[in-house]
Design a protein around this ligand. Structure first.
Ligand code: FAD
Ligand code: UDP
Length: 412
């Protein structure tokens, strides 16, 4: 009998599996329908041997000491400050917009003070900042909004910024200094051996069994468990009872180039040209040295894997109805970006999962064990996506072998 069946082996599911197993002595089965752990943070080496992020660029950044310390139990880090350029009017300019963006765009030589005055002169005052358009035009005016935000947002979301919550474009600040970092969080780093290796370390515990290539709905009736943690799309869990919650998807196009460097920045955004939003060159992120280089183009689309909840009021209203159902469902906890319909970064998902773990321990009056967490330097992983510990139950896609695997898991 498993204490918890956890659906989804991304940040939400894996954090909860790790905490419940190592701190509360719970027996866990974690299931993912994909062929790998790590959810959307999954990374692997491509055919050329270059570390890529299968679901688009993932850069870890947080202001939470608690989250950073927690993940540091499972990985060493490579310090990394992310930088992005936007291709606007034929130039590659720093984004977030800063002093250099303005000086290079307009061929000026303004000081920070001057640029503040400039923003004040072009900004369109708004009584209330409700939409993603309001955020930008009230800070930097319409022209910069059109050049840097409107087209990108239209492509990314299939919606005009005026149709999206303010929080979406508010993720990107405006600066009057020369700081060209994409994030200013206190902790910014990449897992030294990649995200997948970090997840392998999280899930390497005798109380945790992992079942891959398996939609939980195929097997849930056959698995003895007490409680469930669900991290997939919340509307899907309830068979779309109130209709579909919109999620935005992406198509990724990878290329390997036979030269060491492809582009002059880790990420280049294309707000106004092409069908893709941005191009990422992975070696900047990972620090890998290799004579070739791999990049990825992101093409936003409606259909496909759900990657982004779409933050706007009608969707929040619909989500509230699903949230009420979720709250009224006994013995199932909902966690993560898809199950709580929140545009969360990785660190926010970890923080949410740690908070849920606390809630569970209080509710179940769990006695917390003395910390016994696998050390990050245990070195049990052989390569991204594989482990040497035999702990992963890789179910095959054929139903018979899946059932056999399931029997083994249940027996264990
Ligand atoms: P997920 O990682 O989506 O995991 C959910 C898992 O559940 C999936 O593996 C899925 O296969 C599984 N699942 C769903 N339904 C079922 C089912 N029926 N049966 C079995 N399994 C199921 N965050 C950052 O902090 N920094 C970044 O730079 C960053 N970049 C991003 C770039 C892109 C393109 C995207 C899409 C996201 C990015 N994020 C970034 C956000 C980050 O990916 C998420 O915050 C985080 O991965 C969410 O973790 P999760 O566990 O909630 O969900
Ligand atoms: N955005 C934009 N232009 C840019 C960068 C971002 O218009 O050059 C807007 C866009 O709406 C995007 C949002 O700001 O979806 C958040 O950007 P972020 O880079 O945080 O997106 P993510 O990495 O989550 O895809």
């Amino acid at each position: 009998m498993f204490d918890y069946l956890i659906v989804g082996a991304g940040f939400a599911g894996s954090t909860l599996a790790e905490r419940l197993a190592s701190q509360a002595g719970k027996k866990i089965l974690i299931i993912d329908k994909r062929s790998h752990i790590a959810g959307n943070a999954y990374d692997r080496h491509d055919d050329a041997g270059i570390m890529i992020h299968q679901y688009g660029p993932h850069i870890f950044h947080t202001n939470s000491r608690q989250v950073f310390d927690y993940l540091s139990k499972f990985t060493k880090w490579r310090q990394y400050q992310h930088r992005v350029k936007a291709c606007v009017d034929g130039q590659l300019l720093p984004i977030p917009i800063n002093l250099d963006t303005i000086n290079n765009l307009y061929g000026l030589n303004l000081t920070s003070q001057d640029v503040e005055t400039f923003f004040a002169s072009v900004a369109e005052p708004r009584d209330q900042i409700l939409t993603s358009e309001d955020v930008v035009v009230s800070r930097v005016g319409r022209e910069l909004y059109e050049k840097f935000f409107r087209g990108y947002t239209n492509k990314q979301w299939g919606l005009d910024p005026s149709q999206l919550d303010a929080a979406v474009t508010a993720r990107v600040p405006t600066r009057t200094n020369r700081d060209d970092r994409y994030f200013t969080d206190a902790y910014q780093a990449m897992p030294l051996h990649g995200f997948t290796r970090m997840f392998e370390n999280m899930l390497h515990h005798p109380n945790i069994k992992v079942l891959l290539n398996c939609d939980y709905r195929e097997v849930v009736k056959h698995i003895p468990y007490r409680k469930m943690i669900y991290t997939g799309p919340v509307d899907e869990y309830f068979d779309y009872r109130y209709g579909k919650l919109p999620y935005r998807s992406l198509r990724f196009e990878f290329e390997t180039h036979h030269r060491p460097v492809y582009q002059p920045a880790p990420v280049i955004n294309y707000p106004n040209d092409y069908a893709y939003t941005r191009v990422t060159e992975f070696k900047y992120l990972t620090g890998q040295e290799h004579p070739q280089t791999s990049i990825v183009y992101e093409y936003p689309q409606d259909e496909g894997d759900p990657y982004y909840p779409v933050p706007r009021s009608e969707n929040a209203e619909l989500y509230k109805k699903y949230q009420a159902l979720a709250d009224a469902t006994p013995n199932v906890h909902f966690a993560g970006r898809l199950a709580t319909y929140k545009y969360y970064n990785m660190d926010q998902v970890v923080a949410q999962a740690l908070a849920l773990f606390q809630k569970i321990t209080v509710a179940e009056e769990v006695v917390i064990a003395t910390p016994s967490i696998t050390s990050a330097s245990s070195g049990m992983a052989t390569a991204a996506g594989r482990t040497s510990n035999g702990n992963h139950a890789h179910a095959k896609t054929a139903p018979r072998s899946k059932r056999r695997h399931l029997d083994d898991i249940i027996k264990s």
